[in-house]
Write a protein that binds this ligand. Structure first.
Ligand code: GDP
Ligand code: IMO
Ligand code: MG
Length: 429
């Protein structure tokens, strides 16, 4: 397994953190290549729960190098806090490398995230308010700051003055008043520099070095493909590419290196924030999924919207991710439901759609075509570790998913902890 990408196939929160931690056992390096502190990845240790936002979910494995690559929108305040929390919980991150090319989330990006959302009113995206959109916008506008800039803060005054002038004007156009000022930002930059400089390096060289020495590298995706800025439900998306192709741009990996994808698919669907969700359930089944699945946002504490598994959307995500192998998570949450449904297509205006629609207007008007399955009552909360121990109805549900998506479910997760993981054969190298 020289290079593997872990990619969410839905709207995020599929259980990428659990699976990344599980596979980190056999990795030498784990890389975050997009997103930022908007991600929240959980690793459940029974006694303790660790939540990862920017640091890859491999901190339990002391020998593994954790990389925050150039494609990440890096929030130094959140990173410093995350490092402290992990240290206090007994898991100091000893091998952490931060790309000198990663763009910095500045305090004014978070202010502007809130102001933009308020300005949009009913059309708000429901962002995590972590400043992700404004940070990537500045990257594209070429007025951003990068982690490498922290190595020479004294030279940044003029650029900071320009940025603050820009942002003041923008904030007032959004009916707001910017709190950030030049002095405050310079102070922050000096602080970040003091704490983080020793971690800042050329992570592209580092990652390619691991690969050329035959080591195993995992690229831990954040969010889920339906939130991809190009291929997701635009504009109700995040501001980065989530698809496997972005591993190369987001980390500087040599494109000659073949990256295998492990898609992560929750056995039902959830979504946080606004945007279309054709299989959403506002009934007692939705309530069952929310309660049993403990569907509360890891980063924002918001309630996640819940619904039936949408295989029409997932098939599109599988194609974009290149996944031939998937991990199906949270199967245990379906226990106790008499009947299960999965969407296998959509109709719009009475006609069956061939392709997953790009338009939110269409998505808001589609009617899912469902296939029904018998559920199972067994709770799966005993220590089920083998495929053969699953109820027949659960096996039929998974086999249908495999056939429909053209993938192999190599891992099946039946609880938050590591031991509640069924392995069905090795991941293909
Ligand atoms: P991520 O963003 O994809 O890493 O997912 P999150 O960590 O935000 O959300 C997944 C939640 O489900 C976390 O609280 C996990 O501990 C939990 N979880 C992961 N796998 C399973 C599972 O198989 N069953 C149950 N019941 N919970 C799970
Ligand atoms: P993980 O990695 C679920 C959603 C937000 C919002 C939209 C844009 O834990 O799966 P942003 O702050 O990125 O500008 O918000 O994207 N979103 C997520 N939803 N899980 C995530 O990450 C998400 N990251 C962003 O709720 O709808
Ligand atoms: Mg999450």
């Amino acid at each position: 397994m020289p290079a593997m990408a872990i990619v969410g196939l839905q709207w995020g929160d599929e259980g990428k953190g659990k699976i990344t931690d599980y596979l980190s056992e056999i990795a030498d390096c784990v890389v975050r290549f997009q997103g930022g502190a908007n991600a929240g990845h959980t690793v459940d240790l029974g006694r303790k729960t660790l939540k990862f936002h920017q640091i890859p979910s491999c901190a339990l494995h002391k020998g593994v190098t954790a990389v925050i690559a150039n494609g990440v929108a890096l929030d130094p305040d959140e990173l410093i806090r995350e490092m402290r929390t992990l240290r206090e919980k007994g898991f100091p991150v000893t091998k952490l490398a931060v790309s000198n090319r990663a763009h910095l989330v500045m305090p004014y990006h978070k202010e502007l995230d809130g102001l933009e959302e308020a300005f949009k009113g009913a059309g708000a995206v429901g962002t995590t308010r972590k400043g992700i959109g404004p940070c990537y916008a500045d990257k594209a506008s070429r007025i951003g700051f990068r982690a490498g800039d922290l190595l020479d803060v004294a030279s940044l005054t003029e650029r900071v003055e320009t940025a603050i002038r820009f942002k003041k004007a923008y904030a007032s156009a959004l009916n707001g008043a910017l709190q950030s000022d030049v002095q405050g930002i310079m102070k922050k930059l000096h602080h970040w520099s003091g704490v983080l400089s020793s971690h800042i390096t050329d992570t592209s060289s580092l990652v390619n070095g691991f690969i050329s020495r035959g080591k195993s590298v995992i690229f831990e995706g954040a969010h889920g493909l339906m939130l991809d800025i190009d291929h997701g439900n635009y504009p109700f998306v995040t501001s980065s590419n989530i698809m496997t192709g972005n591993v190369y741009a987001g980390s500087g990996l040599n494109p000659q290196v073949r990256v295998k994808t492990l898609g992560i698919l929750k056995a039902y669907a959830t979504r946080v924030g606004a945007g279309p969700f054709p299989t959403e359930l506002d009934d007692e089944v939705g309530e069952h999924l929310a309660l049993k699945g403990m569907e509360i946002g890891t980063t924002t504490g918001r309630k996640r919207r819940c619904g039936w598994l949408d295989l029409f959307a997932a098939r599109y995500a599988v194609q974009l991710s290149g996944a031939r192998q998937v991990a199906i998570t949270k199967l245990d949450v379906l226990s106790g439901l008499e009947k299960l449904r999965v969407a296998t297509g959509y109709t719009y205006g009475g006609k069956r759609l061939k392709d997953y629609p790009p338009s939110v207007g269409v998505l808001n008007g589609v009617v899912p075509v469902y296939r029904e399955f018998r559920g199972w009552s067994d709770q799966l909360d005993e220590d089920i570790t083998r495929w053969s121990e699953l109820p027949d109805a659960a096996k039929r549900y998974i086999s249908f998913i495999e056939d429909f998506l053209g993938v192999e479910a190599k891992m099946i997760s039946v609880g938050p902890s590591r031991k509640k993981t069924i392995i069905r054969g090795k991941l293909a190298p």
